[in-house]
Design a protein around this ligand. Structure first.
Ligand code: NDP
Length: 485
């Protein structure tokens, strides 16, 4: 069986404890490889290496950093299919998606920030003879901690701004999907990134906790659940690390009576069944205007019936994959049971499925509940699986209040042909990522992140540069120094 090591200082590094964990392909339930846990030896080595990497990388010009990062972008694109396959085997998501989204959007983010690297600059202001200038300096060693749904993309989205600004990063992927980050590290090395600028440490929450408690680390960028995010923030407070938090959601999609129904159905399906429902921005609360509700439901069910193909995720025809683990599979089924117990009407799905081509995988059928009420557990809590909750409304103000009645605030969508309605409603929704007559697109240029419990800070977009630099003000005296002493 293939055994992968941690990646430290430009190469794989063996641990001393001999401890390993196993990675399972969710579509087959089989162990596919082993990974060594980052023990104390690896942890110390990763820090020492990152210090050296940081010293070298931060001394390079923005142009030099841009060239290295762009080379990595080129290599990512050249290896798209090989990397996409790793993501399919690790996550259970369809090849159809991974081959056109995961590596592509990861590379885009690195390309975007590579382009900005030479433009990072300070300011200068005259002060009656004296003057001051500012420098935008990197923070030092940043930690990235990733979730399992978009492993390689998350590693790219976190390393891109960090590295563009001259920082080093120690990245810990989810224990369930550890390989993509190692491959990214190899590509960075091949592209000419100095050793130690991007190290990968493997393991579970213990390794994550070590990173968040370590005083040598200046910042933590975390993607995961709200409850873990709170722990990460608490631990980070011990040395006042800055944090970026990309957390969960329970996002509303509001479909008005003048919406293009075919398009709205597309959005609802994308926002609930893409990556078999394991996307943080999912539109899991679909509010449909009561006048178009019957036609919306009819088309939704027809399209689920005719267009969703579950099965071996490597089959290019398959567009609906397996959930990440047996545990998560059970959790999603438990939520479905709770929906039934609370009186929601199951329109389709609601059960585990064993597709012919992947009979042992952790599949749950695309599920739609009608007659949902705002108080139901399935409407309030993040399920992170293919479970859509339909709710009806008749009044604009009422639906805005109901959409906002959640502790989350990650994303929101509105479908209407009326330009005034669209913007008026979006401006009142408490969410950081909003779509009008669209859903799910997240280009590198667009900052993304949550309101309320869904997060702190943003990824992608120009403003993310601020989160990976600190301002040094330098006052320069040209006048004689006045002193009362
Ligand atoms: P978790 O919060 O369980 O884990 C996220 C990462 O944190 C993993 O690498 C995990 O390690 C690690 N970790 C766990 N405990 C700690 C700790 N105490 N200290 C430091 N690190 C720790 O999230 P999931 O992996 O289950 O991912 C699903 C969640 O991620 C969903 O809530 C989803 O909404 C959210 N998400 C948010 C996104 C966004 O951009 N807003 C994007 C994608 C997902 P390990 O798993 O190896 O134990």
């Amino acid at each position: 069986m293939q055994r992968y090591k941690n990646y430290v200082h430009g190469q794989p590094l063996s641990n001393q404890s001999g401890e390993v964990f196993e990675v399972i392909n969710p579509a087959t339930a089989e162990v596919i490889y082993q990974v060594e846990v980052a023990d104390e030896f690896i942890q110390n080595a990763a820090i020492q290496s990152a210090k050296q990497g940081f010293a070298k990388w931060s001394a390079m010009s923005g142009m030099e950093r841009q060239r290295v990062l762009n080379k990595a972008v080129q290599l990512l694109r050249e290896h798209n299919d090989e990397l996409a396959k790793i993501e399919v085997l690790d996550t259970g998501k369809p090849w159809q998606e991974a081959s056109v989204v995961d590596v592509v959007t990861g590379a885009d983010s690195i390309e975007f920030f590579a382009g900005l690297a030479p433009s990072i600059e300070g300011t200068q202001q005259d002060l009656a003879g004296d003057f001051y200038y500012t420098r935008k300096e990197p923070l030092g060693i940043c930690a990235g901690i990733g979730a399992w749904n978009y492993p390689l993309q998350i590693a790219c989205w976190k390393s891109a701004p960090a590295l563009a600004c001259g920082n080093a990063m120690i990245f810990k992927p989810s224990e369930e999907t550890p390989l993509g980050a190692i491959k990214l590290a190899e590509i960075f090395t091949q592209a000419g990134l100095p050793d130690g600028v991007f190290n990968v440490v493997q393991g579970d929450a213990n390794v994550g906790q070590w990173l968040t408690h370590n005083p040598e680390i200046a910042k933590v960028s975390f993607t995961g659940e709200v409850s873990t995010g709170k722990k990460v923030m608490q631990a980070s407070a011990s040395s006042l690390k800055s944090v970026t938090m990309e957390l969960g959601g329970k996002s509303p999609l509001i479909i008005f009576d003048d919406a293009d129904i075919e398009q709205a159905v597309s959005a609802a399906m994308l926002g609930n069944f893409y990556t078999q429902g394991e996307i943080c921005t999912n539109a899991t609360r679909v509010f449909v205007h009561q006048d178009v509700y019957p036609v919306f439901v009819k088309r939704l069910l027809e399209r689920i019936e005719n267009n969703i193909i579950a099965g071996d995720p490597m089959d290019p025809k398959v567009n609906f994959g397996a959930l990440i683990s047996k545990k998560h599979h059970q959790l999603v089924l438990d939520y479905i049971r709770s929906g039934l117990e609370e009186g929601a009407s199951l329109l389709t799905g609601g059960e585990a499925i064993q597709p012919h081509s992947a009979p042992h995988g952790y599949f749950v059928a695309p599920t739609v509940f009608a007659d949902c009420r705002d108080q139901m557990k399935i409407v309030r809590e993040e399920i992170f699986g293919p479970v859509m909750c339909l709710l009806t409304f008749s009044d604009e103000q009422e639906v805005i209040e109901r959409a906002n009645n959640t502790d989350y605030g990650l994303a929101a969508g509105v479908f209407t042909q009326n330009i005034q309605t669209a913007h008026r409603v979006i401006h009142q929704l408490q969410a950081g990522i909003c779509w009008i007559n669209a859903y799910g697109a997240s280009p590198a240029e667009m900052p993304v992140g949550g309101y309320k419990l869904s997060g702190i800070g943003r990824e992608n977009g120009m403003e993310t540069l601020q989160a990976y630099t600190q301002t040094k003000s330098v006052y320069v005296g040209l006048n004689p120094l006045e002193s009362p002493f």
